[in-house]
Each structure stands twice: as structure tokens, then as C-alpha cells.
Design a protein around this ligand. Structure first.
Ligand SMILES: [Zn+2]
Length: 144
């Protein structure tokens, strides 16, 4: 028969070229992990893109006290008399703390004169919160 193979393998020429010599691969882009600097130095803090870190919004929920804290400053509250949302007005009145300071001053030797100082100092008096709408006393803050 005449189906003998060619005696020399080097005779295989022509035909389709081997696919290995096709066009160069288009994926010659940046290497994997191309976000890092090519010099290999360690990434500095803050170098990462900002969308990488997920901003976890921690909502600090303060424990809102139901009872309003009536102190020296006006308080936004609801008036129990006229049911209006008001900002309380404050003024000072002589309270227990005022008398205690007066007694202490008297005991240490500050007689008539000096022991009356607490009655002139607002920092020694109670704070009265009044409603500016109906003029009622909403709360009273005693320093004792
Ligand atoms: Zn009121």
C-alpha cells in the first residue's frame, strides 16, 4: 500500500501555523494587585482608596433621661400647665443652699455683712424655671 508515512518528520511544513504564535495576549496590563506601589515599599497608612473601608456608622444613642434636667440653664420642655412647648425662663431665689452658706459663713466668723453675701450671689441660690407662656413655675432646682 501507499499509505506509508513520510520518512522524515522535518518534512511537515506549511499548513496552519501553530497557534502559539498568534497575536500577543491583550492582558498585558497591570499585574495582579496593581494598586500597590511598584517599588514594593510597604503601603503607607491612608494609601488605600477610601471606598475600601466600610464606614460603620455607630449611632451613639444617649440614654435620654425622661426627667428633664433642670439646672441653671433654661430647659426646653412642655409646660405642665398650658401644655406648650416652651423654653423655660430662669431666675434665682433664695433657697436652702443659700441659708447653709450663710450659716457656714457665720460660723467661721463672718457676721453681719459677709454672711449676707450668699443672698447676693446667684450661684448660691436655687434656680426657678418658669413658663414664659403662662408664668407658672415649672420646676425648681435646688443646689442641695
Ligand atoms: Zn405654661
Amino acid at each position: 500500500m501507499s499509505q506509508a508515512p513520510p520518512p522524515y518528520p522535518s518534512d511537515q511544513k506549511g499548513g496552519a501555523p501553530p497557534p502559539a504564535y498568534g497575536p500577543p495576549p491583550a492582558g498585558y496590563g497591570p499585574p495582579p494587585g496593581g494598586q500597590y506601589p511598584p517599588t514594593g515599599q510597604p503601603a503607607q497608612p491612608g494609601y488605600y482608596p477610601q471606598n475600601q473601608q466600610a464606614t460603620t456608622v455607630v449611632v451613639a444613642q444617649p440614654t435620654i433621661a425622661v426627667v428633664q434636667q433642670y439646672r441653671e440653664s433654661p430647659v426646653h420642655t412642655r409646660c405642665p400647665y398650658c401644655q406648650a412647648e416652651v423654653m423655660t425662663g430662669t431666675h434665682y431665689e433664695t433657697g436652702t443652699f443659700t441659708w447653709v452658706i450663710c450659716l457656714i459663713l457665720a460660723l467661721v466668723g463672718c457676721w453681719i455683712g459677709c454672711c449676707l453675701i450668699p443672698f447676693c450671689v446667684d450661684g448660691c441660690k436655687d434656680v426657678i424655671h418658669t413658663c414664659p407662656n403662662c408664668r407658672q413655675q415649672v420646676a425648681r432646682w435646688s443646689r442641695m
